[in-house]
Design a protein around this ligand. Structure first.
Ligand code: DQA
Length: 148
């Protein structure tokens, strides 16, 4: 089984634990990263966990993932609702991809209820808090198993 995945986090997710705890909980970015790494090790998956506030850097990460990774889990944060460039990059990635949101974007402001990537990813998880990351890793492991 190929088992290298990248978890890409978009703008302001580096401030988890400080920002809008009612939406995103109290877990910090580093704690979240540590729990994802722990879960991946248990499942025999290698992960890279990254974050950028810069749209073009996220596009570069997705492009580089085509050769380097077997799956992408992405919380594109605010860029979910605005970035055609991130959508286009994800469309080029032909392996499994999972869209992730900590909050339920469909219960929030109208501008968040539109995702530019939902229709091109393999599947999505939203509204389940930071546990969504762990669930996404488990789901990705199954997707990769089925591919091989
Ligand atoms: C988010 C939801 C987005 O609307 C928001 O801009 C974020 C985080 C989430 O994880 O719930 O930054 O992607």
């Amino acid at each position: 089984m190929s088992n290298k995945i990248i978890i890409i986090n978009g703008p302001n997710l580096n401030l988890l634990g400080e920002r809008e705890q009612s939406q995103y909980g109290s877990i910090t970015f580093n704690e979240l990263k540590a729990s994802c790494i722990k879960k991946s090790k248990e499942l025999g998956i290698t992960i890279e966990f990254c974050q950028s506030n810069v749209e073009g850097e996220i596009v570069n990460l997705i492009q580089d993932s085509i050769k380097k990774f077997d799956g992408i889990i992405i919380n594109a944060a605010a860029f979910t609702h605005t970035s055609v460039a991130i959508r286009d990059a994800l469309s080029i990635f032909k392996k499994p991809s999972i869209e992730l949101h900590i909050s339920n974007i469909y219960k929030r402001e109208e501008f968040r209820q539109k995702s530019l990537i939902s229709d091109i990813v393999t599947g999505g998880i939203f509204g389940l808090g930071s546990d969504g990351y762990i669930l996404a890793i488990i789901a990705m492991q199954k997707l990769l198993k089925n591919e091989n």
